[in-house]
Design a protein around this ligand. Structure first.
Ligand code: FE2
Length: 301
């Protein structure tokens, strides 16, 4: 993380961004409509990346979008619950949520902030709204850990909006680099095994944005305002677009139709077996049973 990067790339400052050339852009393979569901103590949300897409979008396990101005939809929050074997990345667009966990971490996540938590061998935590009214909007992404890291020590960081690296392109696209590298700017978090790229893009009407992507990495977009054109495919609001893995393709080119906001997420597949039971994601059933035994016996965290 380097807050200076954001300052030095202010739109009024001449930039030295390397050009992100994409000669052969990926096409959209499939458009996905999320499924309305609820989780925690009754928080209403849309599950955009569902369990049946875990293999296709390896190393990503889940993406939830939440957004409501009805307190009944979010007020109960997520009381104490466990995780083992993966990472959670919570991006709060609007609202305030308090986090507490069994490793003694505590933090307030609000307006544009990111909380990155590596559950590793085990964390028990709660995520509770700190508002009685108003809008609560954001995303939670689950990123898998390679088998060798699933029992690692838990890790946790809160990034306030101003601490997240970012830049503005000549076309006026405001880019927040939550993870990975874009146009020479390194994000808040980098990971070797999964090499995640996580960008929040705000595009003015008509603006284009290029992002190089390794051909073997799995990648998807989620549009949460406006509409994007990706190759020959329009991607409407509240749709996820899975980007095709074409061996010849070197990235993606997006164009906004109207003022548009979208997440662009990509990563290197782990190609390992995925065994999930609720908040535990391991490689084998035996490891899942161990996780449940550890949780019941108070050994998880
Ligand atoms: Fe959680």
């Amino acid at each position: 993380m380097n807050p200076i990067q954001r300052l030095s790339l202010h739109p009024m400052t001449p930039t030295t961004l390397p050009t992100a050339t994409v000669l052969q852009p990926r096409q959209v393979e499939q458009l996905i409509t999320g499924q309305a569901t609820s989780d925690g103590a009754g928080v209403k949300l849309t599950r955009v990346l569902t369990q049946n897409l875990q293999r296709r979008l390896d190393p990503f396990l889940m993406l939830d979008a939440f957004g409501s101005d009805h307190p009944d939809d979010y007020i109960a929050g997520f009381p104490d619950h466990p995780h083992r074997g993966f990472e959670t990345v919570t991006y709060m667009i609007a609202g305030r949520m308090q986090h507490r966990d069994s490793a003694g971490h505590e933090g307030l996540l609000e307006n544009g902030g990111v909380q990155w938590m590596t559950a590793g061998r085990g964390v028990i935590h709660s995520e509770i709204p700190q508002q009685q009214e108003g809008v609560m909007e954001g995303f939670q992404l689950w990123l898998n850990l390679p088998g060798r890291d699933k029992m690692s020590q838990p890790w946790y960081r809160d990034f306030k909006a101003a601490e997240l690296p970012g830049f503005v392109t000549d076309a006026g696209v405001v880019v927040t680099v939550i993870a990975g590298v874009s146009h020479g700017v390194t994000g808040a978090v980098t990971r070797e095994a999964t090499a995640p790229l996580y960008l929040d893009l705000h595009l003015p009407d008509g603006a284009s944005f290029n992002q190089p992507l390794p051909a073997q990495h799995n990648a998807f977009l989620y549009v949460y305002r406006g509409e994007l054109q990706v190759g020959t495919t329009p991607v409407p609001v509240q749709r996820m677009a899975i980007l095709a893995n074409d061996a010849q393709a070197d990235g993606v080119v997006l164009q906004a139709k109207g003022d548009t906001r979208a997440l662009l997420i990509a990563g290197q597949p782990l190609n390992e077996a995925i065994a999930q039971y609720g908040p535990f994601v391991m490689n084998t059933q035996q490891e899942l049973h161990q996780a449940m035994d550890d949780f019941r016996a108070g050994r998880l965290a």
